[in-house]
Design a binder for this molecule. Sequence first.
Ligand code: FAD
Length: 451
Amino acid sequence: TPSLLWLRQDLRLHDQPALIAAAHAGPVIPVYVLDDDAPGDWAIGGAQRWWLHHTLASLGESLEKKHSKLIVRRGDAVEVLTALMEETGADQIHAIRHYEPWWRKAEAALGDRLCPHDGNHLARVEDVKTGSGGQFKVYSSFWKALNQMMPPGDPEPVPRTIPAPAHWPKSETLADWDLLPTKPDWSAGFDDWTPGEAQALKNAKAMAPIVEAYDIDRNMPSIEGTSRLSPHLHFGEVSARTVWHAVDGHGDATTFRKELAWRDFTDGVVLTMPDYGKANGRPKFDALPWRTGKGAEADLKAWQTGKTGYPIVDAGMRQLWATGWMHNRVRMITASFLVKHLLIDWREGERWFWDCLVDADYGNNAVNWQWVAGTGVDSNMFGRIMAPLSQSEKFDAGDYIRQWVPELAKVSGEAIHDPDESGCRPRDYPAKIVGHREGRERALEAGRHAR
Ligand code: FAD
């Protein structure tokens, strides 16, 4: 009897425990279901649809090399899988566990037809517990506990061939799904990405020689000091365990591994607080007087399109739009600017990032937004407000700004961080939409409402 291998955000062949278990049990039918209903507001966003198209195509090719196939279908995942079981006579579904609330619901609905496996985290999320047996709400204590469980064991090798069923069920085609943008095609800037397992493994290896410098370089947007593994990790084209081991023996990798461990932490947060993508981690912040109305709408638009008059913010927002990715330091600065300087609800930012990021991830996005906003469990204080202009100077963002904001390409030296103030703002670049001091004071005043 065949079994189904239900693939979601684990689109790889190596270190794929669900695949190994299914192949041991007999013939395997690998299946990906595009379910746009179950996730509700978190249906896959625009940028990730582009990624999904390419990564599924690549996975299909890898499976064919193993004498297998990828069956793709659209619809409610539980219904599609139930129908496929009937159609093929499959008796089980093997899948790696996921922690997004809609996936947990679907897994529960499948009941004992589902044979769940762990494999997308450094350690099983439920196993990293506080002394009293709960999930951690503070990252530093989480890291201590997780690190004691490390290193993760070695993965089992990829099966040499994947046993095929006597009859393959019908598959839809990726082309039917219209995942790629057409009019307008905004994906030109995505050319630097190569979705799929092969590139994911290359990026993991490429991290080894720069892992020691990561401690400092990761904060500098003008240099390529990070792994760019986030979309690959989100789609599970590489396992966290493989990334952990990829930097073995290359000097002190602690800072890098600590960042890698954040994705384990965020899934622990959404395991206990499934609504974290829309509800404040600390309800007292429900009292924050977010700005709404025409003025706020115009400011939101200026932020989204990179026209705030703050070069570092605008560079980040334009990098995001053009490439589907933004440097982490700049994500913090742009997010803080939206929430504090513009006093716009962090959920608006979460939405925009969800649609624009190739690495959009329910747990990572929500936890980071709430961390910056100060509304979450392990967060900055609301009153901690990043100063975009001094951040830009401190982390030497000049070249990054010149790259992403062409109007400022000719502004030289330190003036690049604040062309308004230094009197060299070109006519085609906007003045600041809010003064730094004014924005800061308005935010501090708003924070008092939540005390
Ligand atoms: P590296 O620095 O090379 O880190 C390696 C890996 O560790 C990353 O690929 C990522 O999987 C993980 N990681 C690193 N930092 C974090 C972090 N702070 N939180 C969670 N995981 C981390 N990351 C996402 O993957 N998806 C998101 O939707 C997302 N939204 C964010 C929103 C905001 C407002 C902020 C401030 C950060 C967000 N991040 C998100 C975290 C972080 O910015 C990205 O993971 C990182 O920039 C990806 O680049 P990299 O792969 O080169 O990272």
